[in-house]
Design a protein around this ligand. Structure first.
Ligand SMILES: Cc1cc2nc3c(=O)[nH]c(=O)nc-3n(C[C@H](O)[C@H](O)[C@H](O)COP(=O)(O)OP(=O)(O)OC[C@H]3O[C@@H](n4cnc5c(N)ncnc54)[C@H](O)[C@@H]3O)c2cc1C
Ligand code: FES
Length: 332
């Protein structure tokens, strides 16, 4: 059988030369060489596995176009979980080779410490584990409810290296994890907690930062801001824009105020589509992007539901930034 060369370029410069048969899935080709490419949903719905095909054309199985818009696909973006090899191909992955080579640390058992309703449709969840969880601020873990077979992903809002993990979970009607959290989970309930994952993490450089959160998409930014506030990451001019459906959906405002005491240069603005509270813009967080001059060196971080992430990418392009300068996490 003819083999097709596939080259994987990692962001630390490490290159892997692999062989594939026509039609092979890229993640299977990588797995055959002992590389675990970062994935979450594994079916083109979340965007976690986004990479850039810099040479060759890949076939993609079905995926959600809001996760990979046509213009990005035209520019070479691919979703590794649904990408198939068609011809000699070079793929650039936006993370270090160590993240793909390391054996995944096994999950550990956690126990719910507290569940608190903090806003409309929003729960603050604290889980205790035995071994401290070290992660890059912005990363997430997968949680598995006893008796279920499907994991769900949630981003840590706490500092790295703790045995108490803090999450903000949006309760979605009819959702498996949401239903369990709303009606069955109690302090003491046992839950499996995976090792941290994800390429949406704070870059440690001095570029200005623009964080744009939709709803519980705020969670990973809380971890990032804490990391800057406690001095583990470089301080840089930082704006946080938080968008919610209504003023009653606002949460973690006191936590943000506490972070600002360690990080006074942080600027925060809120937007709500309805039931606006004083000091809060009526509309979308993305409306606020064009209201002040944006430094062209800005690194943008966008996190929330896929339509909000897309609106954010369009808005930063209008403000003169490159869409490619936005790191995105879609809570699909
Ligand atoms: C990397 C990553 C990080 C994330 N971090 C967070 C976070 O910090 N906070 C957060 O709130 N969320 C986060 N999410 C989203 C989270 O993982 C879940 O997707 C979300 O909580 C919904 O899970 P669920 O089990 O409650 O709902 P699901 O069971 O997944 O259902 C979702 C929706 O689909 C509907 N549905 C389910 N099954 C069917 C069906 N058969 N037919 C029709 N409709 C159906 C449900 O009614 C519901 O409205 C993250 C996602 C990713 C990918
Ligand atoms: S892992 Fe590929 S889109 Fe979710």
């Amino acid at each position: 059988m003819n083999t097709i060369p596939v080259t994987l370029l990692f962001s630390d410069g490490v290159t892997h030369h692999l062989k594939a048969a026509k039609g092979d899935k890229l993640i299977d080709v990588a797995a055959g060489a002992g590389l675990t490419l970062l994935t979450d949903c594994s079916n083109g719905q979340c965007g976690t596995c986004a990479a850039n095909c810099v040479s060759g054309v890949m076939e993609l199985d079905d995926y959600d176009p809001s996760v990979l818009p046509d213009d990005e696909r035209d520019d070479g973006a691919v979703l590794c979980c649904v990408a198939r090899v068609n011809e000699p191909t070079v793929v650039e992955l936006p993370y270090d080779s160590s993240e793909a080579s390391a054996e995944e640390t096994p999950a550990q058992q956690g126990r719910i410490h507290a569940i608190e309703r903090v806003a409309d449709e929003t729960v603050r969840l604290e889980i205790d584990v035995d071994a401290p969880v070290h992660f890059l601020p912005g990363q997430y873990v997968r949680l598995l409810v006893p008796g279920q077979s499907q994991w769900r992903s949630y981003s840590m809002a706490n500092e790295s290296g703790q045995t108490r993990l803090v999450f903000f979970v949006r309760i979605v009607s009819g959702g498996m994890f949401s239903n369990w959290l709303s009606s069955e989970a109690t302090p003491g309930s046992v839950i499996e907690v995976s090792a941290p994952r994800g390429s949406f993490f704070l870059r440690n450089d001095d570029r200005p930062r623009l964080f744009i959160a939709g709803g519980t998409g705020l969670a990973p930014f809380l971890a990032m801001l804490r990391a800057v506030g406690n001095g583990s990451y470089a301080s840089a001019p930082t704006r946080l824009l938080v968008g919610v459906r209504s003023g009653n959906h606002l949460f973690a405002t006191e936590e943000i105020e506490a972070i600002k005491r360690d990080f006074p240069a942080l600027e925060v603005a809120y937007a709500a589509e309805a039931a606006v509270v004083p000091g809060c813009h009526e509309g979308y967080a993305t409306d606020l992007i064009g209201q002040v001059a944006v430094d062209p060196r800005t690194q943008v971080y966008l996190c929330g539901p896929p339509p909000m992430v897309e609106a954010g990418r369009d808005a930063i392009a209008k403000a003169g930034l490159r869409k490619g300068d936005a790191l995105c996490e879609r809570f699909a």
